[in-house]
Design a protein around this ligand. Structure first.
Ligand code: RUG
Length: 788
């Protein structure tokens, strides 16, 4: 420890010629980060050597949503408290690091899951390294202006990044048709908790092989002089801001192939150092997890690299197949990647050629297995001009997994049905999880202390199943303590919201919270409708004994997703109405916080009384926000979808607020016919609420958003050429949702009984640790070592 302060002092002196107390927050952040990196250097090196000597796993992901690293790293090293005290002695508040932006190299659940997995693997001593992309600009920063989302660039690197080391001498080149670029690795240490093990996240940055063309410059062709540099750097310039949406752009395909090729070359280089040209151990020593289909071009790339080493196609493919595993994260058609073959030919022709070989091999194999022609047609990896990446991933993997029990069942019964019939032994479930270090230990020290006191130790930090013991201590005193902690966290959130967004949130109200990406299937609009229903009932004096409630929303919409943006505007219009209505403003408040991100989430999940998880049953693969809320004691107000199902199973359905159609109901309605217009016509309350979109109650803003509310209204009531009316079943679910919300509100008033529900949720959240998930991957898919 003393060491860290000495190192900090030295860095401050040598980098900035300043004393510690004179550093700006950004300088302090960099210096302390570098001091920590110096401190762990020995352990990091030792871990690398150990991992080099054994079978190891790699997590290939286009997104790693790491969030703020400083607090987490100090916490995992067990020195957060001491550093806080030492800085305080110098007159520095450790909260200064809140001014440093998150590293937002991901969109939402998928990228955050990758970050939790790295944390868990490091802690559980699983030799797992991440490979991804070092975007110059991460997910955009969101401003809310006049109720609309406005996007601005996230220049996270402007603070300098102490956590990554540039490893110039391990740069490789990646070739596209007509372009070769340099891939430069940046290594981030992933620090385990209560262990000396440190894993690595290697992120690739694209750069020009030749930065500057002197001949062009001398000929006064200034743009041409830097053309190559710009073209190369563009590849890793920005994260595509889509969640659950495939975007078939050349640059995206380049990003994917860029990091896949660089990472595989890296793995091959390490392998060859050990074994020379004998590749017979390759699949025995290396296993690669594909995080969704985004990295699937590494299947043909590995085949290509092995063929360059002298293998024939069939043998190369066998090695690839033994090496890869694929995790599916979605059943939504618009998110399943389907690349146009001609685009692939244009950008990565050699890779496309190998995909053709794989596609043919697949069809031959299916024929040999006696698969019916109709089924074979449904399993074509290349169908006309379309390359189906999920099919390629499924065919070329040893194991395929979904991310919650329900989701895996849907994959087997529907999305990948034919594949499950032919290759049942490949399919597994791995229910997602979250790291309790960040999502309890770090963000809720008060609740952590209570848990430690009750279960007798802090063993839960690395084994969350220990929480079970809490089930035996849920008495009046513990409930009161819990309620007091929640109250404190609500006050802290109110202060934070005031600082970040300027709103005055009433900490004595119920906090009913929905934070996640904005998507129609997640149904923030349903939540908005429920609020309007309650608002009208309060105005009409039809709702008695309503406990004042603050509805908090946080969500980013993909910039090109017009409906999602209209929903944000609609929620903000509701906020304007209800927050200013003298008849309701003490009973009902609505706030849409801006720029919801990992750091905001750390303040939010700890303060929630109710966790809104309202997706249409069958469409949310898992969800992980639901787990963060549960762990911090907020019952779920949600549908039986994704991991909500397992949450309800673990805590008991009576301790959640479950509503709405189940998967079977949705299936039935889809088959037998669903008529939202009839439900709307028959129910004046629904009609009144839904019509606020068009009856002048709200303004969708003229020039910018003209017609966007009308378009939402139409989407609920009219079939269009490409989508059925109310495709996400909002109108069907609204009445049950409102009833359930009101029941939760009523039950909240019994502070003891409600507190008991919260504690039961915490006590039964053990399953949702990403430590459990990662150990299952290690034991059942990767077959690597782990902490015994
Ligand atoms: O939408 C899913 C979430 O349900 C899930 O919890 C998360 C992690 O598994 O992944 C999300 N997801 C899926 N994000 N993008 C996709 C499709 O590419």
């Amino acid at each position: 420890m003393g060491n860290i302060m000495e190192k900090l002092e030295l860095t401050a002196q040598s980098m900035y010629c300043k004393k510690i107390e004179e550093l700006t927050p950004a300088e302090l952040h960099y210096s302390l980060g570098k001091a920590v990196m110096g401190e762990i250097a020995g352990n990091w090196e030792a871990s690398k050597i150990k991992h080099d000597s054994e079978r190891r796993a790699y997590y290939f992901s286009a997104e790693f949503l790491m969030g703020r690293m400083m607090y987490n790293n100090l916490y995992c090293l067990g020195i957060l408290e001491d550093v806080t005290k030492l800085l305080k002695k110098k007159g520095i508040d450790i909260n200064v690091f809140e001014d440093i932006d998150d590293a937002a190299l991901g969109n939402g659940g998928l990228g955050r899951l990758a970050a939790c997995f790295l944390d868990s693997a490091a802690t559980q001593e699983v030799p797992l390294d991440g490979y991804g992309i070092r975007y110059k600009y991460g997910l955009f920063k969101q401003l809310i202006e006049n109720g609309y989302q406005v996007e601005t660039a996230d220049n996270w690197q402007r603070f300098e990044d102490p956590w990554c080391n540039r490893v110039e001498d391990e740069a490789v080149t990646v070739s596209f048709k007509g372009q070769t670029v340099k891939a430069v690795p940046y290594d981030m240490a992933v620090i385990g908790c209560k262990t000396t093990n440190i894993n690595t996240l290697r992120l690739w940055q694209a750069e020009a092989v030749n930065d500057f063309d002197f001949t062009a410059f001398n000929n006064t062709e200034y743009n041409n002089a830097v053309q190559e540099k710009n073209d190369a750097e563009n590849i890793t310039k920005v994260l595509y801001p889509n969640d659950n949406k495939y975007e078939g752009k050349v640059l995206r395909l380049k990003q994917q192939y860029f990091f896949c090729s660089a990472s595989l070359q890296d793995i091959m280089r390490r392998y060859k150092k050990k074994h020379g040209n004998d590749f017979s151990f390759f699949a025995k020593e290396n296993t690669i997890q594909l995080n969704d289909t985004h990295p699937v071009s590494c299947v043909p790339e590995l085949v290509r690299l092995l063929m360059n080493e002298g293998f024939n196609f069939d043998d190369a493919f066998e090695i690839a197949r033994k090496t890869f595993n694929y995790t599916n994260h979605t059943v939504l058609g618009e998110a399943l990647e389907k690349w146009p073959a001609d685009l692939m030919t244009q950008v990565i022709p050699e890779i496309y050629h190998i995909i053709c070989l794989i596609a043919n091999k697949c069809q031959e194999e299916l024929t040999a297995k006696g698969v019916h022609e109709d089924t074979k047609a449904k399993m074509r990896i290349i169908d006309g001009n379309v390359v189906h990446m999920a099919r390629l991933a499924t065919y070329a993997s040893t194991y395929v997994n979904g991310v919650a029990e329900l989701h895996t069942e849907i994959l087997k019964a529907d999305v990948l049905k034919e594949w499950y019939q032919v290759y049942p032994e490949r399919f597994q479930n791995k229910t997602n999880g979250i790291t309790q270090r960040r999502w309890l230990g770090l963000c809720n020290p008060e609740l952590s202390a209570l848990i430690t006191e009750k279960v007798g130790s802090d063993a839960w930090l690395t084994d969350l199943s220990v929480l079970e013991k809490l089930n035996d201590c849920i008495d009046t005193r513990t409930i009161t303590k819990f309620n007091n902690i929640k109250k404190k966290k609500k006050q802290q959130l109110a202060d934070y919201i005031k600082k970040m967004d300027g709103y005055d949130v009433n900490p004595d109200s119920i906090y009913d919270i929905q934070v996640k990406r904005l998507h129609e299937y997640k149904r923030q609009l349903l939540n908005a409708f429920s609020i309007m229903t309650i608002y009208f009932r309060l105005k009409d004096k039809k709702l008695k004994n309503w406990t004042p409630t603050t509805f908090i929303f946080g969500a980013k919409a993909a910039p090109g997703y017009a409906r999602a943006k209209a929903i944000i505007k609609y929620i903000n219009e509701i906020a304007k109405l209800v927050n200013n209505d003298p008849e309701t403003k003490d009973l009902l408040q609505v706030y849409f916080i801006s720029n919801y991100n990992v750091s905001y989430a750390e303040k939010i999940v700890v303060a929630a009384d109710l966790s809104e998880q309202t997706s249409t049953a069958g469409l949310e693969a898992s969800g992980t926000g639901n787990m963060k809320f549960m762990l911090n004691g907020a019952p779920t107000l949600g549908t039986l979808d994704g991991a909500n199902v397992e949450i309800a199973e673990c805590a008991g359905i009576e301790n959640e607020y479950i509503f709405g159609a189940k998967v079977e109901d949705i299936e039935r309605m889809k088959k037998e016919g669903y008529h939202p217009k009839a439900l709307y016509d028959a129910n004046p309350e629904i009609k009144r609420v839904v019509d606020t979109l068009i009856d002048g109650t709200f303004d969708d803003g003229g020039a910018q958003g003209e017609g966007s509310f009308k378009e939402l209204h139409d989407s609920l009531l009219k079939d269009s050429s490409w989508q059925k009316a109310d495709n996400y079943f909002l109108i069907y679910d609204l009445p049950d949702y409102v009833d359930t919300k009101i029941r939760a509100n009523t039950e909240y008033a019994n502070r003891k009984e409600f507190g008991k529900k919260c504690l039961i949720n915490i006590a039964n959240a053990g399953k949702f640790s990403s430590d459990r998930t990662i150990l299952q991957y290690a034991k059942e898919i990767w077959h690597t070592s782990y902490k015994k």
